[in-house]
Design a protein around this ligand. Structure first.
Ligand SMILES: Nc1nc2c(ncn2[C@@H]2O[C@H](COP(=O)(O)OP(=O)(O)O)[C@@H](O)[C@H]2O)c(=O)[nH]1
Ligand SMILES: [Mg+2]
Length: 231
C-alpha cells in the first residue's frame, strides 16, 4: 500500500486488524462493509470507490444478493475492476444472516480473494435490507450505511443500528431532494442527534462519481493522506 508518514498509523491499523479478525495470521487489508436499504446506492458507491481508489490500491469486492448475482454482474459489466476481483455470494436468506450471524460464506469469499490478490481494501456489499442491518465485526473492520433521500427526510430520525451505529452514514441521491421535498438540513440535524460524534456525509453519485467524501473517509481509515485528487 502507498502510505506516507512514519508508518505508525499503519502499525496501529495492522494490530487492530489482527485483533478484529481473531485470527492468528495477520492480514493487511481493510475490510469495509456497505449496508443499507434496497436501491439506496450501495453498488453505485462500491463502483465509485473502485473508480476513485482502484488506481493506487489493490481492491476486491464481495457482493451479496438474496436470489441473484445482479450486483456482481453489474460491477463486472461496468469494467471498473477486473472480473476475478469480484465475488458474488447468493444468500438465499435474510441479508442479516449472511453478514452478521452465519458469516461463513462471506468469510470464505473474502479470504479466497485475499489469498489470491493480497488487497489493501476489501468491500463487502450486503444485500439490501431495512434499517436494522449490521455486519459482524468478525467479517469487517468497519461499516458504512447508505440511505437515500427519496423516501423523504424522515429516515435518519427513524434510527435503527444502521443509522445510529455505523462508522459512516452516507445520505445519497441528494440530487433528488428537491423532487421529493426532502430537507437536507433536517436530515443532517436528525442524523447528528441520532449519531452523536459519528460522521455523516451527503453524496450525489450522479454528479460525483468518485464519491469524494466517502473516498476521503476510506483513505483516512487506511492511514493515507486525504488531500489528493478526490477532493
Ligand atoms: N439520482 C441518483 N441516482 C442514484 C444515485 N446513486 C445511485 N443511483 C441510482 O439508484 C439506483 C439504485 O442504485 P444501486 O447502487 O443499485 O442501489 P443498491 O440496491 O443500494 O445497491 C440505480 O439506478 C443507480 O444508478 C444518486 O446519487 N442519484
Ligand atoms: Mg446493490
Amino acid at each position: 500500500m502507498h502510505r506516507e508518514g512514519d508508518g505508525s498509523e499503519g502499525l496501529d491499523r495492522f494490530s487492530l486488524l489482527v485483533g478484529a479478525s481473531g485470527r492468528s495470521a495477520p492480514r493487511r487489508s481493510l475490510r469495509v462493509g456497505i449496508g443499507g436499504p434496497v436501491g439506496s446506492g450501495k453498488t453505485a458507491l462500491v463502483a465509485a470507490l473502485c473508480r476513485a481508489l482502484g488506481r493506487d490500491l489493490s481492491i476486491v469486492v464481495v457482493t451479496n444478493d438474496i436470489y441473484t448475482t445482479e450486483d456482481a454482474d453489474f460491477l463486472r459489466a461496468a469494467g471498473i475492476l477486473s472480473t476475478e476481483r469480484i465475488a458474488a455470494v447468493q444468500t438465499g436468506c435474510c441479508p442479516h444472516t449472511a453478514v452478521r450471524d452465519d458469516i461463513a460464506a462471506n468469510l470464505e469469499a473474502v479470504e479466497a480473494l485475499e489469498a489470491q490478490h493480497v488487497p489493501d481494501l476489501v468491500l463487502v456489499e450486503s444485500g439490501g435490507d431495512n434499517l436494522t442491518l449490521t455486519f459482524s465485526r468478525g467479517l469487517v473492520d468497519c461499516q458504512l450505511f447508505v440511505i437515500d433521500v427519496s423516501g423523504g427526510d424522515k429516515v435518519p430520525r427513524k434510527g435503527g443500528p444502521g443509522v445510529t451505529a455505523s462508522d459512516l452514514l452516507v445520505v445519497n441521491k441528494t440530487d433528488l431532494a428537491p423532487l421529493v421535498g426532502a430537507d437536507l438540513g433536517v436530515m443532517a440535524r436528525d442524523a447528528a442527534r441520532m449519531r452523536g460524534d459519528r460522521p455523516v456525509v451527503f453524496t450525489d453519485l450522479r454528479a460525483d462519481p468518485q464519491a469524494g467524501p466517502v473516498t476521503r473517509w476510506v483513505r483516512n481509515r487506511l492511514g493515507q493522506p486525504t488531500d489528493s485528487m478526490e477532493r
